[in-house]
Design a binder for this molecule. Structure first.
Ligand code: NAI
Length: 358
């Protein structure tokens, strides 16, 4: 396993590994970029099949966090942590404490939050060993689960994408395929159905499907959801959904969902564009959770809501610029984000030069 030659390495500032034999912790923290502020991102626990896949995941996810926070206008950098292990069987208080010690040892360069395989309760356990957990400070309790806020942003993003291709602000009778009936997928489904959309949903977990059905969604098999003949595909399960195998048979006109790293490779954004599919870049549309995490610290929920609503405006700008420049929505979104976090580095360097010359 090599970090610097990994295909997902992109000038990351820090990649740190920890092994704690007594608890069995094996974890990686990656800080992609901290020009805009301390790197904030979730701590994922997953039974990775290899160390390489854990490294790839943390490198890609931390990079996405830099772009996500920059485009959401947050004074935060991009980071992520992964714990290698099955959250159902290997998560213990000792392991979470060891993770807390690991985060603390980074001195604040990385601030953690809940993610797939970790819960708010796990964050409370981690916070017994480190101050660098988002959503807690001396006066404040945990803000709780960010998923409803992510779902709100995805819902607004879906509306923006639909308006862009149809001119309509309404989702009545619009057909949406939701992959994943998890925390975000279920919440999104509820909002879509309340708006009059028709929803098909797939999951590997029957209990979650039962809940989706009660909301009024139609259940389909996991093999069938991605290439359904619908208006919108909303990936809300895992990354890499748009890949060499799935892209050709895609029938949806829009891909807009919560999952991180929906495209297996960046070139798939160009393929989608060539096929006439409008792609809402994942790190733009799924920023609701990180926006809420930011506002937990000082501001009110109203401010968080107003901030999340700006996701629609950002997407409208990206869609328009993509058309005008004949480039993919992903390229446009990355360029806009880089204009923010890379220019910020130039400003810092210029200020440093001035202070050194003074
Ligand atoms: P979750 O873990 O609650 O839900 C994921 C669901 O996908 C589970 O119900 C799981 O059974 C299902 N699933 C797994 N494999 C599947 C397959 N092959 N086909 C269909 N369903 C499958 O996760 P959550 O919180 O709902 O997040 C969904 C996605 O959005 C994840 O990729 C996450 O990284 C991303 N995301 C979530 C945020 C949040 O605030 N929760 C914020 C930003 C991104």
């Amino acid at each position: 396993m090599c970090v610097f030659s990994s295909p997902s390495f992109d000038q990351h500032e820090l990649v740190s590994f920890s092994h704690h034999a007594p608890s069995g912790l094996r974890a990686i923290i990656a800080v992609h970029n901290s020009n805009l502020g301390p790197a904030v991102g979730g701590c994922r626990m997953f039974a990775y099949t290899s160390d390489e896949s854990a490294l790839e995941d943390v490198l890609r996810l931390s990079r996405s966090m830099t772009y996500k926070s920059a485009l959401a206008g947050l004074p935060m950098g991009g980071g992520k942590a992964v714990i290698i292990g099955d959250p159902e069987t290997q998560k213990t208080p000792e392991l979470l404490h060891a993770m807390g010690d690991f985060i603390q040892s980074q001195g604040g360069r990385y601030v953690t939050a809940e993610d797939s395989g970790t819960s708010v309760a796990d964050m409370q356990t981690i916070a017994e060993r480190t101050e660098f957990v988002s959503g807690v400070d001396a006066e404040q309790q945990f803000g709780g689960d960010p998923s409803p806020f992510t779902a709100e942003g995805v819902y607004l993003g879906i509306k923006a994408a639909w308006q862009h291709i149809s001119g309509s602000k309404e989702l009545k009778d619009v057909r949406v395929a939701v992959q994943g009936a998890g925390a975000v997928g279920l919440n999104l489904t509820q909002r879509l159905i309340e708006s009059g959309a028709k929803v098909w949903i797939a999951d590997v977990n029957q209990q979650r499907l039962d809940r989706a059905q009660k909301l009024g969604a139609n259940v389909v098999g996991v093999e069938d959801i991605v290439d359904m003949d619908v208006d919108i595909l909303a990936p809300c399960a895992m990354g890499g959904v748009i890949n060499d195998q799935t892209i050709e048979s895609l029938k949806a006109r829009i891909v807009a969902g919560a999952a991180n790293n929906q495209l297996a490779r960046a070139e798939h954004a160009d393929h989608l564009r060539a096929q006439g599919v409008l792609y809402a870049p994942d790190f733009v549309i799924n920023a609701g959770g990180i926006i809420e995490i930011y506002h937990q610290r000082a501001n009110t929920q109203d401010q968080a809501q107003a901030h999340i609503e700006r996701i629609s405006q950002t997407l409208h700008t990206i869609f328009k610029q993509s058309e005008q420049s004949n480039t993919s929505t992903l390229s446009v979104a990355e360029q806009l984000a880089e204009n923010t976090f890379k220019n910020s580095a130039l400003e810092i360097a210029a200020a440093y030069a001035v202070s050194n010359n003074a």
